[in-house]
Design a binder for this molecule. Structure first.
Ligand code: GUN
Length: 315
């Protein structure tokens, strides 16, 4: 079987064209520029890199972007004050608090203080509640990006067996709900699932979001499956498995250049020739997460400008 590699950049460009044309209409009607504020606490290098990419994508689209960098020692009340200020600003339509937060911060209280209309991550109880009910305006960026992959491929998930490995609030749970609303038959697996590879092998659509490098090997993959790798972990050469260390691999080059490589959950090389579609790491789902953040920011700005829900291009 020939495996088609799905490069996120290509799908992201396709989505960005749509965002651009909706942004043009929005600007013509309201004269407003959508504004995104990203709050980052501490110095985690991976988080800092993600936040920089988010700000860059925002500016490239012509949106207003602000990054609020807070020291590791920031307290929960201080963060609540920052978010309250952003909630009140008319030029900020979207607020994202980059996770993970330092352990000393009360994550739930902080996230729940975001005005729901500015909750572009879709993490608030009202946002997740809407997603459960099916009347959501937008969904968490990474799962929303995965749904765009299916749309791009014209792959109708209806009636297909989808197996999701990982039950996080950010990816696993919203992914399951989006697929369920699209009429897939959904199974969620996690760290306590018995016979994981056997369950995974049932999948027409296999989505792994465990952050466990190398977890998904050929034994997890049904012939012809669509495999989406959402695991994103930085590893050093001593943590790599042999295929990763092949002299020509992109990872080898990354080890040499940066001292680490970003890898997914899937043993990509093993699945080539077995899967019908596969997303690489890096370069697969990553660019879509950022693009869907722009999409969600535009929708939040549209809602705040009084657009009707049916003008938001949901789903
Ligand atoms: N950290 C890693 N992914 C995400 C995400 O989608 N949203 C937020 N807020 N933090 C993250």
């Amino acid at each position: 079987m020939e495996t088609q590699i799905i490069y996120g950049k290509e799908v992201a460009e396709w989505i960005q064209e749509d965002i651009r044309s909706r942004f043009d209409v929005f600007q013509a009607r309201t004269g407003t520029v959508p504004g995104l504020a990203v709050v980052i606490v501490g110095e985690d290098p991976a988080s800092q890199m993600y936040v920089k990419s988010k700000a860059k994508a925002c500016i490239k689209m012509g949106f207003h972007s602000e990054v609020l960098e807070c020291p590791e020692t920031t307290t929960t009340p201080e963060l609540l004050g920052i978010i309250a200020g952003l909630n009140h600003r008319a030029d900020i339509h979207a607020i994202l608090v980059q996770l993970p937060l330092p352990a000393a911060i009360d994550k739930t209280t902080v996230l729940d203080s975001i005005d729901p209309i500015k909750d572009v991550d879709g993490f608030l109880p009202v946002s997740t509640g809407r997603l459960v009910r099916g009347d959501y305006r937008w969904a968490a960026c990474t799962p929303a990006g995965v749904m765009k992959i299916f749309e791009y491929l014209q792959y109708d998930v209806s009636g297909h067996e989808a197996v999701i490995i990982g039950r996080s609030d950010i990816v696993g749970k919203p992914m399951a709900l989006l697929l369920m609303h699209a009429h897939a038959t959904v199974t969620i697996c996690h760290s306590r699932t018995r016979n994981l590879s056997e369950v995974a092998r049932r999948a027409d659509i296999l989505i792994s979001a465990m952050g466990k490098p190398g977890l998904v090997d050929a034994s997890f993959c049904k012939e012809g499956a669509c495999v989406i790798d959402i695991g994103t972990v930085r590893i050093t050469p001593d943590q790599a498995w042999p295929e990763l260390l092949e002299p020509e691999s992109v990872w080898q080059k990354s080890f040499e250049k940066k001292g680490y490589a970003t890898v997914g959950d899937v043993k990509f090389q093993q699945l080539l020739g077995k899967a019908r579609y596969i997303t690489p790491v890096p370069g697969g789902v990553g660019p879509l997460t950022i693009t869907m953040l722009l999409d969600n920011t535009l929708k939040a700005a549209q809602l705040q400008a009084g657009f009707e829900e049916d003008e938001l291009h949901v789903g």
